[in-house]
Ligand binder design. Structure first.
Ligand SMILES: C[S@@+](CC[C@H](N)C(=O)[O-])C[C@H]1O[C@@H](n2cnc3c(N)ncnc32)[C@H](O)[C@@H]1O
Length: 396
């Protein structure tokens, strides 16, 4: 992690500029929780058109300036240049630095690897969509893609080496109708339009016998699957785990809509790596297919993350809850508070919010009583929207 340690020195003046880096303001930690701690500063900078924070704090008898993890930007040289500009500006005696590196070229763009924001803001297709959850080796996903060139496939996976492998294979086999996303499949579908998906494959998901809350199948997942599926579209589970099969079958039989079909040891055109292993061991393989019957309402993604009121931060600061606020499907936790030096009614609130499985960390910036998310709004997931509404209640 890039950082510089130096003998204690005066803070940089703000606003100021050095070597093309703007130092906009400094925020000082406020003793929010009961445990005393050393003073910490957040220094707001802008470099190469990117806003982010640096952290300045004591380190033994010296001071250390480093990246603020929540607001880190890429490439890392943008942050390193800002750290160097800070010490070049105040000229302290430097004890340690690992910020001088050769500028590296940005890694090549991966055309078919998409960020989740792409699905929120840009993704559109006239083609039928098919989704594979946890594609692993990618054998089944790429086989399907090759044989169905008119379908737009989306492959979801959280294991980076599997993603790299699939992208490599796609290039070698010249497959262009697959988009790969590194995102939790349990949360992905809330950004997909209703009635667009022909098939959702969930082949050999991790059964999570000891941690059932981590399973892909849940009532929420099934409901989202039914919403995105076209009429006659299918959600297809294939598993070697009898327990998982029983668990899913029970969830699926209790639905008000949809029809299920069950098979044992059905042969598919292509067998995955896991399947080969289980077959060799003589295990049974179970299929449960849910067929969608209904046309669902169009998806409306709520994206309002504004704060439509102003606050008196100095007054509010002592009244904010130090404990997490936990509701059924979201939470909000105020982690830390900072006040901006030499500015009235201004500060930073560090928060963690949203879904328990995919929490997001952000800062809310307050300037002259007006609130906004620093570096832009959180991803508009339903849990982030609910958490934002709760934050508004807390802050208003
Ligand atoms: C047992 S492997 C099966 C892989 C492949 N479907 C096959 O049949 O060979 C399960 C895969 O699901 C992925 N996975 C687990 N949880 C996931 C989640 N929440 N979202 C997306 N992928 C997930 C894992 O990384 C792993 O590659």
């Amino acid at each position: 992690m890039p950082h510089i340690v130096f003998n204690k020195a005066e803070l940089i003046n703000t606003p100021s500029s050095k070597d093309g880096v703007d130092f906009k303001f400094i925020a000082k930690s406020y003793n929010f929780t009961s445990h005393q701690r050393n003073t910490e500063y957040k220094i707001a900078v802008k470099n190469e058109n990117k806003d982010f924070l640096l952290t300045l704090k004591d380190k033994d008898d010296d001071q250390m300036i480093k990246i603020d993890k929540i607001t880190r930007v890429a490439p890392i040289t943008v942050v390193k240049d800002a750290l160097n500009a800070y010490t070049d500006s105040i000229k302290p005696t430097i004890v340690f630095s690992n910020t001088h590196s050769i500028h590296q070229k940005a890694p090549p763009q991966k055309e078919f690897l998409k960020d989740i924001n792409y699905f929120v803001d840009e993704f559109q297709t006239d083609k039928e969509i098919q989704i594979e959850v946890g594609f692993g080796s990618g054998r089944h996903l790429l086989h399907q893609a090759k044989n169905n060139p008119n379908i737009q496939f989306i492959g979801l996976e959280i294991h980076t080496p599997s993603i790299e492998q699939a992208l490599k294979q796609m290039k070698m086999q010249d497959i262009t109708n697959v988009l790969i996303v590194n995102y939790d499949a349990r949360l992905f579908m809330e950004f997909i339009d209703s009635n667009k998906v022909g098939r959702i494959f969930v082949h050999f998901p991790v059964p999570w016998d000891k941690k059932p809350h981590r399973r892909i199948y849940s009532n929420e997942f099934i409901n989202e699957a039914l919403r995105v599926l076209k009429v006659e579209g299918t959600l297809e589970l294939r598993t070697d785990s009898r327990k998982y099969f029983d668990y899913c079958t029970e969830l699926l039989t209790n639905l008000p809509t949809g029809k299920i079909t069950i098979d044992i040891n059905k042969d598919l055109e292509i067998s995955s790596k896991y399947e080969d292993r289980w077959k060799k061991q003589g295990k049974n393989i179970y299929d449960v297919v849910l067929l969608s019957h209904t046309e669902d309402k169009a998806l409306v993604i709520e994206k309002d993350f504004t704060f439509d009121f102003e606050i008196n931060y100095e007054e509010k600061i002592s009244k904010l809850p130090t404990k997490s606020i936990v509701e059924k499907d979201f939470f909000v936790h105020i982690e830390d508070l900072f006040t901006i030096l030499n500015e009235e009614n201004s500060g930073l609130i560090q928060i963690t919010m949203g879904n328990f499985d995919r929490p997001v960390s952000k800062y809310i910036i307050i300037r002259n009583g007006k609130l906004d998310y620093y570096q832009g709004s959180p991803l508009p997931t339903s849990s982030n929207i609910k958490a934002h509404k709760k934050l508004k209640e807390i802050l208003n």
